[in-house]
Write a protein that binds this ligand. Structure first.
Ligand code: NDP
Length: 244
C-alpha cells in the first residue's frame, strides 16, 4: 500500500513541485486547492502520469470547516495521511505605516491559522497510526525579518513556534514535525519583482542564484522519507546561504 501525502495549495509553485516529487517517489497524493482552474487539472494529470493516485480536494485553509471537510474526504478515500505538507501561503506586502488591518489579518489567517486548521484535523489520524510526518513551509523572513513584510514574517515566525511546540507534543507518538524555510525561490509569488531586482538579489546570495522549487521539494522529500528518522522540531533553510 502506497504512503499518502496531503499538500496544501499545491496547484502551482512550490506546492506543485513537492506533490510531483513525492508522486515520483511512490506516494499517493492529495492536493488541496482553493480555486478550480487549468493549473489544477494539469497538476493532477502530471501526478497521475507518474503512476500514483491523485485526489484533489477543494478548500480555503483559512476556513476551519473547509479543512475538516477535505481531510475527511481524504481519509474516506485513502484511509490515512502519512505526510502533511502545510504549504499554502500568501503575501500582502507593504510597510507597517501603510498596512491595513485586513492585510495583516488575511496573511496571518492563511499562513498561520491555515497551518493550525489543517494540522488540527489531520493530527488525530496520525496519533492513531502512531506515525506521521508534518512539514510546515515557513520562510527565512520568519527567522530574519524583512521590511515590508511584518504580516508575512509574523505568520512565518508563528509557524516556527507552532512546529517546535507540536514536535514536542507528538514525538512520543512517532510523529516528526519540521519546518522548511525557503529563501528566494522562483515562483508566481516572486514573479511580481522586476528582473533587475531579481538579479540584484541573486548577486547577494552566497550561492549566486535564486532557488528553484525543486531545491525545496528535495528537502521535503528527505524529511518525509525513511532516511529521516531522527530530525524533529527543526527549521531547515533552503536559501543558498542567504541566512547563516
Ligand atoms: P504561489 O503564490 O506560487 O502559490 C501559492 C499556493 O497557495 C497557490 O496554489 C494558492 O492557490 C495556494 N493558496 C493561497 N491561499 C490559499 C488558501 N487560503 N487556501 C488554500 N490554498 C491557498 O506561492 P509559492 O509556491 O511561492 O509559495 C508556497 C509556500 O512557500 C508559501 O507558504 C510561501 O509563503 C512559501 N515561501 C515561498 C518563497 C518564495 O520565494 N517563493 C520563499 C519562502 C517561503 P490559488 O491558486 O487558489 O491562489
Amino acid at each position: 500500500m502506497n504512503k499518502t501525502a496531503l499538500i496544501t495549495g499545491a496547484t502551482r509553485g512550490i506546492g506543485k513541485q513537492i506533490a510531483l516529487t513525492l508522486a515520483q517517489n511512490g506516494y499517493d497524493i492529495a492536493i488541496n486547492y482553493r480555486t478550480e482552474n487549468d493549473a489544477l487539472k494539469e497538476t493532477k494529470k502530471q501526478i497521475e502520469e507518474k503512476g500514483v493516485k491523485c485526489l484533489t480536494v477543494q478548500g480555503d485553509v483559512s476556513n476551519f470547516e473547509d479543512c475538516e471537510k477535505f481531510v475527511k474526504e481524504i481519509i474516506e478515500e485513502y484511509g490515512k495521511i502519512d505526510v502533511l505538507v502545510n504549504n499554502a501561503g500568501i503575501t500582502k506586502d507593504t510597510l507597517l505605516m501603510r498596512m491595513k488591518k485586513e492585510d495583516f489579518e488575511d496573511v496571518i489567517d492563511t499562513n498561520l491559522v491555515g497551518t493550525f486548521n489543517v494540522t488540527k484535523n489531520v493530527i488525530s489520524h496520525m496519533m492513531k497510526a502512531r506515525s506521521g510526518r508534518i512539514i510546515n513551509i515557513s520562510s527565512v523572513v520568519g527567522v530574519a525579518g524583512n521590511a515590508g513584510q511584518t504580516n508575512y514574517s509574523a505568520s512565518k515566525a508563528g509557524i516556527i513556534g507552532f512546529t517546535k511546540s507540536l514536535a514536542k507534543e507528538v514525538a512520543s507518538r512517532g510523529i516528526l514535525v519540521n519546518a522548511v524555510a525557503p529563501g528566494f525561490i522562483e515562483t508566481g509569488m516572486t514573479d511580481v519583482l522586476k528582473e533587475e531586482i531579481k538579479e540584484e538579489i541573486a548577486k547577494s546570495i552566497p550561492l549566486k542564484r535564486i532557488g528553484t522549487t525543486q531545491d525545496v521539494a528535495n528537502l521535503v522529500k528527505f524529511l518525509a522519507g525513511e532516511d529521516s528518522t531522527y530530525i524533529t522540531g527543526q527549521v531547515i533553510n533552503v536559501d543558498g546561504g542567504m541566512i547563516m
